[in-house]
Ligand binder design. Structure first.
Ligand code: HSE
Length: 450
């Protein structure tokens, strides 16, 4: 049933609850949205068309009251009449009866940060999907929220429609988390699974993904791992009580994953996925990794996201779902709005900002792992011995080896998985191998996650 909010206000009777805005008690929840792209418009549409249903879940009449976006005239698929319009998003914070400001403009700084600070400072709750802003300024903003007795919520910033933060902060609140790992970028997962399925090169699939609207015209944030790293920064902070610190992450994207690697990995029984992983031991890393083809994460294909939590006493919990798009992201934005209106309070990062500790993550990962290496070599006697001599000098032992000769030019490709070693040893061995005359190049090296 569709209610206009005017009719709703007069006809709909709810048990009388009160919710707190800053230090004031309020009996209705007025919402403002800044940013009316696909997610903002979808959120607005639900707030208007499903107002009664959503209000029943909170016990407080909720209504969208004001909006701000770049252009006023555009048809966004919902009725904007009756809403206050502000050209300047920060002006939304000057409207006294607004309780929740929903920031959906994006960008780590600029107008989004100015609006969020102004809203929190003026005692308004903030709901945002802005992973870049939270990854870079999360602690400062969460402190501002605490100081003003309001909530800063960002469920939609990580893994879209998957309640990835609520699982960690609420469902697993009593656990000691040892690891959070996941497929946190749908664009990269789509590209890698299309390369795998169709045997296509990265550039060709990227063009296809752009044509289909999965990848942005400037795909840098997605394919270079930055978007996944923003999300991992937030997961790491909540899982391990760290101050969110984007700069501490080690980030490698998928531009250097070739169709050859995907094919050789397949021959060895693995699939390549871009994985963000943070551990209690201080790893916080986004990189392409090989996963056994029968593992749950390897089976996640297309633009889906998935998150795996290892914790005690629960053991392992996982969730898979759509990580982007209007519906899934609006679903998470609305869940935050419902939390605030229902007075379900939570510290933004699972504990008070004063209790968070500086991140101990390091760019160089000391944890041991098996590695996949691909070398281009001269196809002549003694080459294998030269390669294994270098590996031996770095205490690296070969687990599996495939050689593919290329008769046309007398070269060969060596693909191997080596037993557990550390990143420093792989990096030093790769440098040493590159200087062996019969080694034409070390083309790829990826960790194997079992
Ligand atoms: N561009 C992201 C992705 C969605 O491809 O997963 C928004 O974070």
């Amino acid at each position: 049933m569709v209610y206009s909010y005017v009719i709703f206000n007069s006809l709909f009777v709810l048990p009388k609850f009160t919710i707190r805005k800053g230090s004031m008690v309020m009996e209705k929840c007025h919402i403002a949205i800044a940013g009316l792209g696909v997610v903002g418009a979808e959120t607005a549409r639900h707030l208007i068309e499903r107002q009664a249903i959503l209000s029943e879940k909170t016990g407080v009449p909720m209504m969208l009251s004001a909006v701000s976006a770049r252009s006023k005239g555009k048809d966004r698929g919902f009725d904007m009449s009756g809403l206050t319009w502000c050209d300047d998003p920060v002006a939304l914070t000057n409207i006294d009866d607004i309780d929740i400001v929903v920031e959906l403009m994006g960008g780590s700084d600029g107008p989004a940060l100015a609006l969020t600070k102004a809203a929190l400072s003026s005692g308004k709750h903030v709901v945002t999907a802005n992973k870049a802003m939270i990854a870079h300024h999360g602690a400062e903003l969460a402190k501002l929220a605490e100081d003003n007795n309001v909530q800063l919520c960002f469920e939609s910033s990580v893994a879209g429609g998957i309640p990835a933060l609520k699982i960690l902060r609420e469902g697993l609140a009593a656990n000691e988390v040892s690891s959070v790992a996941g497929i946190l970028n749908g664009t990269c997962n789509y590209i890698l699974s299309e390369m795998e399925e169709k045997g296509l090169a990265f550039d060709d699939v990227l063009k296809e993904a752009q044509a289909l609207g999965y990848a942005e015209a400037d795909p840098t944030f997605d394919v270079d791992g930055i978007d996944a790293a923003h999300k991992l920064t937030i997961l790491d902070a909540i899982a391990f009580g760290n101050v969110p610190d984007f700069e501490k992450l080690s980030i490698t994207g998928i531009r250097d994953v070739t169709d050859f690697d995907i094919s050789y990995a397949g021959e060895l029984g693995y699939r390549i996925r871009l994985i963000g992983r943070a551990t209690a031991g201080g790893m916080a890393k986004v990189a392409p990794v090989l996963l056994p083809e029968d593992s749950a994460l390897a089976k996640v294909t297309g633009a889906l996201n998935a998150v795996y939590y290892e914790a005690e006493p629960v053991n392992v919990v996982s969730a898979t779902g759509p990580g982007a798009g209007a519906g899934p992201t609006a679903s998470a934005v609305l869940s935050d709005i419902l939390d605030v209106a229902s007075q379900r309070k939570a510290y933004s990062f699972g504990k008070a900002v004063s209790a968070l500790k500086p991140s101990t993550a390091s760019q160089t990962n000391a944890a041991k792992s098996c590695y996949y290496l691909r070398l281009e070599v001269a196809d002549q006697s003694g080459v294998l011995a030269e390669v294994t001599d270098v590996l031996k000098a770095h205490d690296i032992s070969v687990e599996t080896l495939i050689q593919k000769g290329h008769e046309t030019d007398g070269s060969a490709t060596l693909v191997m998985i080596v037993h557990e070693t550390d990143e420093a040893a792989i990096s030093q061995a790769s440098t040493a191998l590159a200087s062996v005359a019969t080694v034409h190049g070390v083309s790829s090296s990826f960790a194997v996650m079992r």
